[in-house]
Design a protein around this ligand. Structure first.
Ligand SMILES: [Zn+2]
Length: 125
């Protein structure tokens, strides 16, 4: 059994194996991005829960002065970002993270650092 880090069990690291040629090794860069994405997703999921609870419980603006409608809108935005992160994590898992969905060219690491959930290179975006 390997150690399970919170959230990491979704994308268990698989060490390279020469058997059958079906091995998967993530690059250092993919690992860094995956860690960042998992952290962001955890924060967003907490935010979504808080905002949804806020929207349900407060009839008018909440204690922080956020109107209920705004909390719902913010929750929806955070939810979509969280879903985009899940897609990016799935692409890392599938080995497609570093490549453009449209033209299959490599996506520049600088671009992925700035936009960790992008699925297109600069030209196709
Ligand atoms: Zn492209």
């Amino acid at each position: 059994m390997r150690d399970v880090v919170a959230g990491a069990e979704l994308n268990p690291r698989q060490e390279g194996s020469s058997e059958g040629g079906a091995f998967k090794v993530y690059s250092e860069f993919e690992w860094l991005q995956q860690t960042r994405l998992l952290e962001s997703r955890d924060r967003l999921e907490t935010m979504v829960e808080d905002l949804r609870a806020m929207a349900l419980t407060s009839p008018g603006p909440n204690a922080d002065g956020v109107p209920r409608g705004d909390a719902t809108i913010e929750a929806d935005v955070a939810q979509r970002r969280s879903e985009a992160i899940n897609e990016a994590l799935a692409r890392i898992d599938a080995g497609r993270y570093l490549q453009c969905d449209a033209c299959e060219s490599p996506i520049a690491p600088e671009r992925l650092q700035a936009l960790p959930t992008t699925r297109a290179c600069r030209r196709c975006a």
